[in-house]
Design a protein around this ligand. Sequence first.
Ligand code: CA
Length: 393
Amino acid sequence: MADAVGRGVMSKATIRSVETVPLRSTLDEPFGYAQAWVEERTALLVRIETDDGTVGWGECWGPIAGTREIVTDLLAPIVEGRDPTAVEQLYREMYDAGRTAYQSIVPLPAISGVDLALWDLRGKLAGESVASLLGGRRREDVRAYATGHYFKHDAPLAEQYDRIAAEAKANADRLGAVKAKIGLSFLGYGPDEDVELVRRIREAVGEDVPLMVDANYAYDAATARRVGRAIEDFDVYWFEEPVPPEDHDGYAALRQALDVRVAGGECHTPAELADLLGDGALDVVQPDVCNVGGITAADGIATQAQANGIPVVPHVWGTPVAIAASLQLIATLEGQTSPWLEFDNSSNPLREDLGVGSFDVSEDGRVSVPEGPGLGVEIDEDAFERYRIEEPS
Ligand code: CA
């Protein structure tokens, strides 16, 4: 043991570089939901490399503008030269720097991208999956539900209904659970047309398929209550984002008024989610690892939710980095014998092309949790050439 002292100082990897990778793919056929038309899919990846050549990947939710500069100009100087395994400490330093710089508006999507890359590195340096580092993989695969069922430009209402119902049936056959998008006021229709869309989808998928409904906060609380009561007739599993994220009282009141579960969280900060959970305002909480503050923040929210007996079903929207990170978190969730992965079926070449391998769906609608170290995702950097935005727009 005499030489143990000499070995006492382990050499640790340090962060050599932080790079952002802004990507864009213009869609041939735009699609719409209650708040916007999606004309293009974009992604802002974060690539962090250590001095031993290990690479970690992260992803930032939302627009590239602003977030890219926050990563490179504010957050990169904090983490460069540091030990990437000290993730929670670096998260706190980034959070405090963001709060100081932007008053109370902490740049959480930017912090998320860096945090995910740090977790990826921590896992790769330890030879462990992030789920293992979080305390253990409780499951090796998870059931998935299909997000999709969007609106199209210039289609008559009857055609929207027919097309969306057919898409839902196909997705139900593949995954076993589907989520309807409502809020057709965007197209000039009202809540009655929304309820009819839900009826049509239920009719198409049959009575045994879990059917979620997502309003993307198209309603005020009174309208949401009316729609919520109407869709209860169609055995809806949850009613997602019924009211704007700021309307905490509306969430709480709806949870009291409705029998259908009230879901939300993809547009909330950790502090807001803590308030919503503390107020008993959610039946299902949906933090997004690319938006809420990375694995560090999402894991903390999951811990609080589970302490209150509230199921966690992360919001997932993005590239294979986002999907892999979400699966790592889902693999650790307590108290849910079979949690869900949100499986985005909408058009996204970035999701299809950036990952080596893919997230295949098994015959019984399940997706495997990646087994490799870190997030368990391998990124095809050659694919960046097709999508990279060289100059910020
Ligand atoms: Ca949603």
